[in-house]
Design a protein around this ligand. Structure first.
Ligand SMILES: [Zn+2]
Length: 410
């Protein structure tokens, strides 16, 4: 199983699949189809049934049940990589039987993955650790997940003696830009429960994510020739500076929060004297906390508007995703079984809140419970990314136990 996982992973990460938030197409980048089409072909060749590419660029396939009346389980991974760092010409390096020393990335020797800084790497001594070469991300997020799902499909087909219900495998585009879950996906998956393979440390099972809103503040000033504007000009740039200065700086920001704390974060600011547009992300684990952050931003805008009636200040807050715990806590079985499957794979399961969202956040809210499972991937979205072959194999093993555990439920 290790050799197959490694071979497939090395191939997949060399295919550039970076998504693009600026693009309006589906998928956001044509190149994601290079991997999606390859996956569809490999699934067919493997003998997976009903392999199809939906018109929203998601690959879905079925491994038929080996027992009757068992719940259906879907396993998902996303094929795109993040925009934060280049995913072009990825050169994966296998550090076989990793000895424990800092890994110097040869194409950018100042980039060193040091086990002192990343203690998880220290736990991987003796394993086969894969990194990029220094100038790109690796793309283990989430090609590790894609490879694990492929391996599970192959193992289930090779071992018809394993008792399981219908298993669906699915590969989505554009997760990194928050567009991975199409409205038709829950129906097309036609499953009772789903899991994303998009988590980190071995043993982790995630069912708590941020609740998220996005906001755009538009400040319209009064633009007049700067030389003839006494008592008349209202600079949108100055208004934007005022707005930002009134937001909390020592709390409620990404670098000042961790654990269950939320934040208000300005992601982009664009414009000129006449008009400024600021985009914000609002994050909290609880609905009340999230609403309070929206209200604070709104209040700052309202105060600014009252002080400068000649300007027009618009604060538009939009709902994004919600903490999947709200739905999952009504029926914890998907998490309990994932914990049990992790134990059967010889690991200690644990749960940690994710300070972000997953495709599972959306799916869960749409009525399909979808916790997130470990893949072993580390340091996603950047050049220090790494994953061990043994961790990916552990994840595949856990998934094989998981689909059997679901079949034991009847
Ligand atoms: Zn991911």
């Amino acid at each position: 199983m290790h050799a197959q996982i490694e071979e497939r992973f090395l191939r997949y990460v060399q295919i550039d699949t970076q998504s693009d938030v600026e693009s309006a197409t589906i998928p956001s980048t044509e190149k994601q189809l290079d991997l999606l089409n390859l996956i569809a072909a490999e699934l067919r060749e493997m003998g997976v049934s009903d392999v199809k590419m939906t018109d929203y660029a998601t690959v879905i396939g079925t491994i038929p049940a080996t027992v009757a009346n068992a719940p259906k389980v879907a396993l998902l991974a996303h094929v795109d990589t993040a925009m934060d760092f280049s995913g072009t010409n990825v050169k994966p390096l296998v550090h076989r039987n990793y000895a424990g020393s800092p890994i110097v990335l040869p194409d950018a020797p100042t980039r060193i993955i040091d086990p002192v800084m990343f203690p998880y790497l220290a736990e991987k001594v003796g394993e086969d650790v894969i990194t990029a070469s220094g100038t790109t991300l690796l793309g283990a997020d989430d090609k590790a997940g894609a490879v694990i799902v492929m391996q599970v499909a192959a193992e289930l087909l090779a071992h018809p003696e394993l008792k399981h219900g219908e298993v669906r495998v699915s590969f989505t585009p554009d997760e990194e830009i928050g567009r991975g879950v199409h409205a038709d996906l829950p129906n097309d998956l036609a499953t009772d429960v789903a899991y994303t393979l998009d988590g980190g440390n071995v043993g982790s099972v995630t069912y708590e994510t941020f609740s998220a809103d996005n906001a755009t503040v538009t400040l319209t000033g009064v633009s007049i020739h700067p030389g003839k504007s006494k008592d008349q000009m209202v600079s949108a740039i100055m208004l934007a500076a005022k707005l930002l200065s009134r937001l909390p700086a020592d709390t409620m920001t990404p670098p000042t929060t961790s654990g269950y704390e939320g934040f208000i974060h300005c992601t982009t600011m664009k414009g000129n004297v006449a008009e400024m547009k600021l985009n914000f992300i609002l994050r909290d684990f609880e609905r009340d906390g999230l609403a309070a952050k929206g209200a604070l931003l709104q209040k700052i805008c309202d105060d600014l508007q009252a002080e400068e009636p000649r300007a027009v200040i618009d604060c538009n807050i939009r709902k994004s995703y919600r903490n999947m715990r709200y739905w999952l806590e009504n029926d914890m079985r998907p998490i309990e079984l994932a914990f049990e499957a992790t134990r059967r794979a010889g690991l200690e399961p644990f749960s940690k809140p994710t300070r972000g969202g997953t495709d599972g956040s959306r799916l869960t809210e749409m009525g399909l419970p979808t916790p997130n499972l470990f893949t072993g991937m580390q340091n996603g979205h950047g050049p220090m990314e790494f994953v061990s072959v043994q961790d990916m194999a552990k994840s595949a093993e856990m998934c094989l136990h998981l689909v059997q555990l679901w079949a034991e439920q009847n």
